[in-house]
Design a protein around this ligand. Structure first.
Ligand code: IMP
Length: 441
């Protein structure tokens, strides 16, 4: 059974750790959207790995990693990430497959993004300045450059024409010193010899691997509330991190997705602008940020922090068809005497239990909390459910009730080992179905 791991909040839920944990049971990990705006942190013993573009499965020898057509790829950032990993003793070798249909991020995409953000002024999105949005814009406008296009070596072929056109649009938009399209063209072509052996038909590879009985893990980036369609638009990223993105971003059918695991922290964070109904301002927010080390893995920006929002997670359950959830960073709440949990929103005189699809309604919502007792004892590093303090178990069980889903995994620390697999359900079914054919390794 193939499983999808999807963020149920605004990204940074700890997907990297959970994907890493589950990767020992798969032979292929596939990313289907986003780019190096993502920052997936995995701690193994004393070593820390931060993955941006590469699927987290790359840390496991023998696991094939796919970057799907739905991902936008900055080749320079990709090479830098591969080099960092190599210094840390991880060899990508021939385990990577990049879809020839994935779109490319070039330097002018970053410039255009910075310009667009500056022009938005107070209404800025707070993007990661990686060129993600402008690359997707080019894709949808049908002027984008795809990975396979980089293999065009002619001086005046389709790659040259596309770059010339896009750079001249950049020059018109940005003003000031003009960029010479020939320089961009030369740089774009120069990455091909290094990239070529990793490029191929990712959809076909996945189809064959699955026919052979390989188990695939679909790794989402960002989170449900940052999804271009289902997130808090316009304060979102430019791709579909929700479950539908798997089919379009990899070229697989819906039946390939056997189970969907949603990841949510024991509280809520978001980085960048936009609504965050349970946001905490002042000391409590600072305390969560410091104890949770809530600073962006990609940009270092401080994350905004708030209480667990069950309205948000329930929404993620609906739009992704989640089967179970993982709760991460439970230990960050260890010092608290009491823990508010948001179960609904008050809007005018009304109580809303579903996340409003209208941004103006959302702006007028006040969270409704119930308060649960804290445990004021460390859960950090606890590895068995029964060793959690009773108040921590009650908190988790309340989350199960208000979200309507079983909790499959609880994470109690950054290390791979600081994890509780709570229920038999989804994860155990998956673990039991152990066949991993040698042909895809
Ligand atoms: P972009 O993806 O760089 O265009 O940024 C759009 C929004 O998504 C901004 O609010 C970013 O902070 C947010 N964002 C993008 N990637 C991530 C991520 O991996 N984790 C958390 N937030 C992200």
């Amino acid at each position: 059974m193939n499983i999808a791991v999807i963020g149920a909040q605004w990204g940074d839920e700890g997907k990297g750790k959970i994907v890493d944990l589950l990767t020992r049971h798969v032979s292929v990990v596939a990313r289907y959207q986003g780019g190096h705006n993502a920052g997936h942190t995995v701690n193994v013993g004393d070593a820390q790995f931060i993955l941006h573009l590469l699927p987290s499965g790359i840390l496991h020898a023998g696991v094939r990693c796919v970057i799907g057509n739905g991902v936008v790829v900055d080749p320079v950032a990709l090479f830098a990430e591969i080099e960092t990993l190599s210094r840390q003793g991880i060899d990508v070798g021939d385990r990577l497959l990049i879809s020839d249909k994935a779109h490319v991020i070039l330097p002018y995409h970053r410039e255009l993004e910075v310009l667009a953000e500056a022009r938005r002024g107070d209404r800025k999105i707070g993007t990661t300045s990686r060129g993600i949005g402008p690359s997707y814009e080019d894709k949808v406008a049908r002027r984008g450059i795809r990975i396979a296009d980089l293999g065009d070596h002619s001086d005046d072929g389709p790659l040259a024409a596309a770059i010339r056109e896009n750079v001249s649009a950049r020059n018109r938009a940005v003003g000031g010193t003009e960029v010479d399209w020939r320089v961009v063209h030369a740089e774009a072509r120069s990455v091909w010899p290094r990239l070529e052996s990793w490029v191929g038909d990712a959809s076909l590879f996945l189809a064959r691997a699955m026919d052979d009985g390989a188990r695939v893990l679909f790794e989402g980036a960002q989170g449900t509330m940052l999804d271009i369609d289902h997130g808090t638009y316009p304060f979102v990223t430019s791709s579909n991190g929700t479950v539908g993105g798997i089919c379009t971003g990899l070229g697989v059918g819906p039946k390939a997705i056997g189970g969907v695991l949603g990841i949510a922290k024991a509280y809520t964070t978001r980085v960048g602008e936009g609504p965050l109904p349970t946001e905490l301002h002042g000391d409590m927010g600072d305390q969560l940020r410091e104890s949770g080390n809530e600073y962006g893995a990609s940009t270092g920006r401080p994350r905004r922090c708030g209480w667990y929002d069950a309205v948000v997670v329930r929404y993620a359950v609906r739009v992704n068809g989640l089967d179970a959830i993982a709760v991460t960073k439970l230990d960050v709440l260890d010092a608290l005497d009491a823990i508010p949990l948001c179960t609904g929103y008050r809007y005018g005189g009304e109580l809303l239990t579903e996340f409003p699809s209208n941004g103006a309604v959302l702006a007028g919502c006040e969270p409704v909390y119930e308060t649960l007792p804290g445990w004021s004892r460390p859960t950090a590093g606890v590895r068995r459910y029964e060793d959690l303090p009773p108040e921590a178990r009650s908190y988790l069980e309340r989350i199960e009730t208000v979200t309507g889903l079983p909790i499959a995994i609880v994470s109690t620390g950054a290390d791979r080992a600081d994890t509780i697999v709570v229920r038999d359900g989804l994860i155990a079914r998956w673990q039991a179905d152990a066949a991993v054919p040698a042909s895809v390794l």
